[in-house]
Ligand binder design. Structure first.
Ligand SMILES: [Fe+2]
Ligand SMILES: [Fe+2]
Length: 358
């Protein structure tokens, strides 16, 4: 079988290597003999290895010997001649050129990648909102410069339309409440966001329910989105118990769950990330599954007046509810969520304290 010129050169080289190794009396002698023919011990070992042989160098006191891989130190010297048609000899078996290391991948940091900023405005309960909490949220929002604003429902309280017993001293008119809510919505629209979303809560639904049961003839003429002028101002409207999608995020007022784990249970219902209103609690919870998916469930507190929400015990309002709001950062379909508590008339946004004096 004809061999290629390169294979013949390899065989000749092997023969020179083996002559040097076999005629040596010690490891050091072998190193010297290899050096004399322009080779060295490590190169010789590589050539041997390609042939399925080894030369052992652990017997400094004796001559080097050839052996097969994995054999134990010898008892006899093996002088197998390498088969000339070894497949490994049909291809280059040794490279004289130093290997060129692959260029290390460049590590770069991008800190200015554009991201969509989202402001989440939780339950405000106009006209029983807390002016300080609202002020801190608005000042923070001016700093944030959101691309998108989402009102999470219960923006109005509609105390007059509730089935609870009412303190007549607190009763304001629907008309004045709507006017006040329009003014606050105007502040939100004035932030310059490209997208504005209003999600209906159970308190907004109070008006519809009141009309349906007590004045159905007025139902059509007292459409809340129209009363608030939402469509003209560019707001979208999501009815109560329906949800808004922002990428992979589901946003709704409530899903029928309450309490500290309401958002987590809602995420389980959606099998995805969720932002809830309604609970007046604050927090972001992250969880995942064995497939490597990661979800967030968030509640962003509220902006109402604690003394005015007297339909629940004061201790519960103080213990469980938190003033605050939410921020989202949208990267493609994924939305990272941050809860921003308002404590002592202040919030921390973008590394700065935003405080309302007074
Ligand atoms: Fe609610
Ligand atoms: Fe609420």
């Amino acid at each position: 079988m004809a061999t290629s010129p390169r294979t013949e050169a390899q065989l000749e080289r092997l023969a020179r290597l083996r002559d040097a190794v076999r005629s040596s009396s010690s490891y050091h002698d072998a190193v010297s003999r290899l050096a004399a023919i322009g080779e060295d011990w490590e190169r010789a070992r590589k050539v041997y290895r390609r042939l399925g042989l080894r030369i052992r160098d652990d017997l400094n006191s004796g001559p080097p010997y050839e052996t097969r891989p994995n054999s134990q130190p010898p008892v006899e010297i093996i002088h197998d001649e390498p088969p000339e048609t070894l497949p490994s000899l049909q291809i280059p078996v040794y490279c004289e050129e130093p290997a060129t290391p692959a260029p290390a991948p460049a590590i770069g940091w991008t800190v200015e990648e554009p991201v969509e900023r989202i402001l989440f405005v939780p339950d405000t309960h106009v006209p029983f909102h807390d002016p300080v909490a609202w002020g801190v949220m608005m000042q923070s929002a001016k700093r944030l410069k959101p691309h998108r604003v989402v009102v999470l429902g219960d923006f109005l309280d509609f105390f007059q339309c509730s089935d609870h017993e009412k303190d007549p001293r607190r009763c304001t008119s629907v008309k004045s409440d709507v006017e006040e809510a329009k003014a606050l919505l105007g502040q939100l629209a004035g932030l310059g966001a490209e997208h504005l979303h209003f999600i209906e809560g159970n308190h907004e639904k109070r008006l519809r329910r009141y009309l349906m049961t007590r004045a159905p003839a007025l139902l059509e003429s007292m459409d809340l989105p129209a009363m608030l002028g939402l469509r003209e101002a560019g707001w979208t409207w999501t009815p109560y118990h329906e949800h808004l999608r922002i990428g992979e995020l589901h946003v709704t007022h409530d899903t029928g769950h309450a309490g500290a784990t309401a958002a987590q249970r809602s995420s389980a219902d959606f099998m995805g990330s969720v932002v809830l209103g309604h609970t007046h609690r604050i927090g972001v919870h992250a969880f995942g599954n064995a497939h490597g998916q990661r979800f967030l469930s968030a509640m962003f507190g509220w902006l109402g007046s604690v003394p005015d929400a007297d339909y629940l015990p004061l201790v519960k309002r103080m213990k469980d509810w938190s003033h605050g709001f939410g921020i989202g950062y949208r990267i493609g379909d994924r939305v990272e969520l941050r809860a921003v508590p308002i404590v002592d008339r202040a919030a921390v946004v973008d590394g700065a304290v935003v405080r309302v004096a007074g």
